[in-house]
Every structure is written in C-alpha cells, then in structure tokens.
Design a protein around this ligand. Structure first.
Ligand code: LMR
Length: 333
C-alpha cells in the first residue's frame, strides 16, 4: 500500500511539473444530499482522497454535499447527462427508473445492523439484483458500490408505541411505493418530498413526521422540531454508488481500475463508520434534550412488523422480483 501511494504521488508531482507523460487529467463531480459528517458524506470524502492519491492527481474529485449542486429532484438526470459523474442516492430514489431497487426499502428487511452485510453484499441475491439491474444499465448508469446508513427510526410530535398510534399522522417519505404502502398499512398517510425540504416541512407542520437513521435526523436538526422518536429500526437506508457508464468507459483502463478500487475502499470505510456515526448522532440527540427516544420491546416492534410483513413484501413481489422476495422471506424468522 505505502509503496504504491508513494509512486502515485511522484507521478502526480511530475504531471504538475508539466511532464507530458502524466497524460490527460479528469474531473469527477460527485453530488449528494447529506452533510459531510454523515456515513455517506464521509465515504464520499474518502473516495475523493483515495482516488486522487492512487491516480497521482490524474483524477480530481469534486464533492458537492447538502444538495448544493443537485438534489433529489434533479441529480439522477444530471448523472445521465454527465453534468455530474457520480452519486450515491438511497435505493428509494431510483423508484422511477429502476423500481426493483425498492428491495432495500422493504420494511423489516433487517432485525439488526448486524444482519446488513450478508444481505447487501455484492454476491448476495439482493446485491446481484442491484449490480445487474438492466434498467440502470440501459440508462447508462453503472453500480460500483453499495453503501450503508443503518436503520431508520420514526420521528413525530406524538408518542408512537403502537402502529395504532400512527393513525391519522402524515409522514414525509422518499419517493418509493413500498414506503407509501408501509405507512398506509400503519394507518398513516405519506408525502414524497426531497430530503433538502424535510426540516422546513417538519418545522412548519406540513407533515407530522418522517423516517430516517439517527445520523440524518441529527445532521438536519430534525430532532429540534420533533418531540418523539421511536427506535423502531424498521427499515434500511442503503445507498447505491453509481457512475455515468460512458464517462467511466472513456477513462484510460488503468484509471477505470483505480476508480473501482477506490470505490471498494470507500465502501469498506463506509461500513466501518456507519454504525458508529449513528450511535454518536443518537447520543447527541439525547444530550440536546429536545426529543424523547422510545426504545420498543421486541413484542412492540413485532406489532409494527406484523402489519407490513409479509403483506407489503408480497404486494411488491412482481416489481422487485418474485424469486428474490421469496428468497428474502425464507430468511425471515
Ligand atoms: C432521505 O431522503 O431521507 C435520504 O435518502 C437522504 C440520504 O441520502 O440519506
């Protein structure tokens, strides 16, 4: 590792000094919607660091966090038009172009964060379905990693101990039919909305609540406008790291390899920090004292689960792939 990095550094210095052997240089714009401090923000910054080092400066990565360049409404279009080259949207954001990716939105896909790596590894059935998704390929989008932000919690201004206590509440959701059905089965309504708009919508009471991992709740200050969190761990936020395929293939072969290897390294790093950052965010919320966190008993959590598993899974089996859904259902206890 050290030797390779030193060699790359030397090549970069050569190119900067005007050495023509350094060759053409490339820029990757990487846009995302969360803060740099989150599991996705940290992994994006790690990708930048590694790819710039390994390429000896032949590739520069510009990371644009916080929806500052593109947000949920336009980032996938920007990727396809090569206005940005990389994104890491949550699975739900692909619903319009690749609805099968809603597999990661299935409620209660995981009982604990420890179950995530096996189900979402590149060679698992779910992982393969995402890497080999034909709708993405036909839209010139290539998957080069799967990143993680752990499990979602419910927030609102009401104590939510039972699914019945959600009746009549409205929740912001990512644009996913699976998520709409999840809340419907709990007796709640839902409104799809861009991530950048969630804080204001909560503050102004446009919606009553939302669902996200602690790191997203804390980094958007949602807890300051939500009096209750139920630690339901009911769903997953998984990111699909994607690159404009034409752009990737336009790179010299050695740089294509460096991009993939750097993505792998950033993915490993993401897995290392995701759980820790979510625990830290939970502690910050507890210290802020604005929000009561309710931890459910296994029986209470099961009451939420029984309303949506297997019903929502079966409802979307055709969209996600019946074999994959059956396979995942067989792993449920
Ligand atoms: C959301 O919209 O709630 C999340 O997908 C945001 C993110 O990228 O984590």
């Amino acid at each position: 590792g050290v030797v390779t990095l030193a060699a790359c550094g030397a090549r970069g210095a050569g190119a900067a000094g005007g050495d023509a052997a350094g060759g053409e240089t490339f820029t990757i714009k990487f846009s995302h919607v969360v803060t740099p401090a989150t599991p996705k923000g940290q992994a994006a910054d790690k990708f930048k660091e590694v790819v710039e080092q390994r390429s000896g400066g032949r590739i520069t990565v510009e990371v644009y966090p916080n929806s500052e360049l593109y947000g949920d409404k336009d980032e996938l279009q920007a990727l396809q038009s090569n206005s940005v080259q990389m994104l890491a949207p949550a699975s739900a954001k692909f619903t319009t172009i690749a609805p099968a990716l809603q597999v990661l939105d299935l409620p209660f896909l995981f009982d604990s964060v420890d179950d995530i790596p096996a189900v979402v590894s590149p060679d698992s059935p779910a992982g393969r379905a995402i890497y080999e998704n034909e709708a993405l390929a036909s839209n010139n989008i290539k998957v080069i990693g799967l990143w993680d932000n752990g499990l979602k919690q419910l927030s609102s201004n009401t104590e939510m101990r039972t699914p019945e206590s959600l009746a009549g509440l409205s929740f912001r959701i990512q644009p996913s039919d699976v998520l709409r059905s999840q809340f419907e089965n709990w007796g709640a309504s839902s409104t799809p909305m861009a991530f950048s708009e969630v804080y204001n919508a909560l503050q102004q009471g446009v919606v009553n609540g939302q669902e996200n991992p602690y790191s997203n709740i804390e980094s958007q200050n949602m807890h300051t406008v939500q009096s209750h969190i139920t630690e339901s761990n009911h769903g997953y936020i998984g990111y699909v790291l994607v690159i404009n395929n034409q752009f990737l293939e336009s790179l010299p072969a050695d740089l294509q390899t460096i991009v993939q290897e750097s993505a792998d390294e950033a993915s490993t790093y993401n897995r290392e920090v995701a759980a820790k950052l979510n625990e830290e965010a939970k502690a910050t919320i507890q210290q802020a004292g604005t929000t009561q966190i309710l931890e459910l008993t296994p029986e209470e959590r099961k009451a939420f689960k029984d309303r949506v598993v297997p019903s929502v899974w079966q409802q979307y089996a055709d969209v996600i792939g019946p074999d994959l859904v059956n396979d995942l259902l067989a792993q449920q206890n």
